[in-house]
Design a protein around this ligand. Structure first.
Ligand SMILES: Cc1cc2nc3c(=O)[nH]c(=O)nc-3n(C[C@H](O)[C@H](O)[C@H](O)COP(=O)(O)O)c2cc1C
Length: 218
């Protein structure tokens, strides 16, 4: 009797590697240089509170949202640095930190996560705010129930791994993606899951969340 190929260990190992590897490829870190925003704004005096916004991005939407948050906070009199999370070595000079990542396949991007783990002890000692960008709340889906659901899905499991981190507020902000800018695997995945592309960013909601941070810190 002929043996099925699926009984051969090498075939099984190769199939498992492909199946496990494909999603990783789709989530791999591949932002384009033009998608990175790093800015500083706010009054040039030492008495103004300083805030770091550390974010990760893959296709740039989260960078624009981080910048929008910074603009609102600077108008409120704070000094704000916006940085890619991986470019932050030291957070000692900041009075507060805002950390954010887009959600890809239910998870934060690796460098956003790494930032939280790397600075966990110092983050636990200062006001911390977290935000995610996603499409979970787009348009008519933005209900209190869905917001609570997003916190359960995307934030609580993360905080379970980071004891001591107690964010004062969590921003669930709608992001953006277009098929044209996606990598082939991502496009394939999103088309398969029937996910409509679109720009769901909402400047008023982003500014409102930033204003609530300002109230916490004043
Ligand atoms: C491949 C892929 C997977 C995604 N997975 C999720 C997800 O699990 N949940 C969600 O709410 N949004 C998901 N999104 C939407 C992104 O979070 C959203 O487009 C985000 O704004 C992208 O941010 P960026 O441009 O900064 O990378 C996904 C988008 C893509 C392209």
């Amino acid at each position: 009797m002929r043996k099925s190929v699926f009984r051969k260990p090498a075939v099984i190992t190769a199939a498992a590697a492909i199946l496990l590897g494909l999603p990783c490829l789709g989530s791999a870190y591949m932002e384009r240089p033009g998608d990175i925003i790093e800015t500083s704004c706010g009054p040039d005096n030492a008495t103004a509170k300083s805030i770091l916004i550390a974010y990760d991005t893959k296709h740039g939407a989260t960078a624009t949202i981080a910048e929008k948050i910074s603009e609102t906070l600077c108008q409120q009199g704070f000094r704000v640095d916006v940085r890619m999370a991986r470019n932050v070595d030291d957070i000692a000079g900041y009075d507060a930190v805002i950390a954010g990542s887009p959600i890809y396949n239910f998870y934060w991007l690796p460098e956003g996560l790494f930032f939280l783990f790397k600075h966990q002890e110092e983050l636990a000692e200062r006001p911390l705010f977290l935000f995610i960008t996603c499409t979970y709340l787009k348009d008519e889906n933005d209900t209190p129930e869905r917001r609570a659901g997003a916190v359960d899905l995307y934030i609580k499991p993360l905080l379970g791994l980071l004891p001591g981190l107690e964010p004062l507020d969590i921003g669930i902000l709608s992001g953006e993606f277009s098929y044209a800018e996606l990598y082939p695997y991502e496009r394939f995945r999103m088309i398969l899951s029937g996910f409509p592309e679109g720009d769901f960013r909402n400047g008023d909601k982003i500014a409102a969340w930033a204003e609530s941070i300002a109230e916490h810190l004043q």
